[in-house]
Write a protein that binds this ligand. Structure first.
Ligand code: AMP
Length: 157
C-alpha cells in the first residue's frame, strides 16, 4: 500500500470517511421510547440519531437517557416506555459536520464525541463520522511515519 503523506491526510474530508445514511441505525421523532430502546439494544450502540419523516436531524437518543426517564423511586417503570415519545427524551443540542469539512476539523470534533452526524446545507441527514474512522486514518499515518523514519528523521513530519 502506498505511503500516506501528511498533505494527503489533511486533504481528506468528512465525505471520504463517513458512514452513509442507509447504513446508520436511527429512530424517528414520534417513535415511543420502547422502539428506540429496542433499536439501541439490537444494534449494540448506546446513542443513535433521531430524524423526522423528511430525514432532517432532530437530535440523538441514548440508552442512558431512556433508562433515566423511566427510573422510578424503587424500580424501572418499564410500562412508561410505550407512553413517552423519543422527542421528549432526546438530546437536541448536538454538534454536526458537513461533508466538505476537513480531516483536522473532524479530528477536533471527535475529541469530545464518539461520532458526529453529517448534514447537508438544509439540515438533511447524510450519515455519520465516527471517532473510529478518524483514529484508523491517524493510526495508519503515524505508523507509516515510524516505519519510514525509524531514527526520527523529521523530513516528512
Ligand atoms: P464506533 O466507533 O464504530 O464504535 O461508533 C461509535 C458510535 O457511533 C457508536 O457507539 C454509535 O453511537 C455510533 N454508530 C456507529 N456506527 C453506527 C451505525 N451504523 N448506526 C448508528 N450509529 C452508529
Amino acid at each position: 500500500m502506498a505511503k500516506l503523506e501528511l498533505q494527503e491526510l489533511t486533504a481528506i474530508t468528512v465525505e471520504d470517511l463517513m458512514i452513509e445514511s442507509e447504513k446508520v441505525a436511527h429512530v424517528q421523532l414520534n417513535n415511543p421510547l420502547e422502539h428506540a430502546l429496542l433499536v439501541l439494544v439490537k444494534s449494540g450502540y448506546s446513542v443513535i440519531p433521531v430524524l423526522d419523516h423528511t430525514y432532517r436531524l432532530k437530535g440523538m437518543i441514548s440508552k442512558t437517557a431512556i433508562l433515566n426517564e423511566v427510573l422510578g423511586m424503587e424500580r424501572f417503570e418499564m410500562e412508561k416506555l410505550s407512553e413517552i415519545k423519543v422527542s421528549e427524551t432526546m438530546l437536541t443540542d448536538v454538534p454536526v459536520l458537513k461533508k466538505s469539512d476537513s480531516f483536522l476539523t473532524a479530528l477536533k470534533a471527535v475529541v469530545n464525541q464518539a461520532f458526529l452526524c453529517v448534514l447537508d446545507e438544509e439540515g438533511y441527514f447524510e450519515g455519520i463520522l465516527t471517532r473510529r474512522a478518524i483514529l484508523k486514518k491517524m493510526n495508519r499515518y503515524l505508523h507509516e511515519q515510524v516505519h519510514y523514519h525509524p531514527t526520527g528523521d523529521k523530513t516528512n513530519v
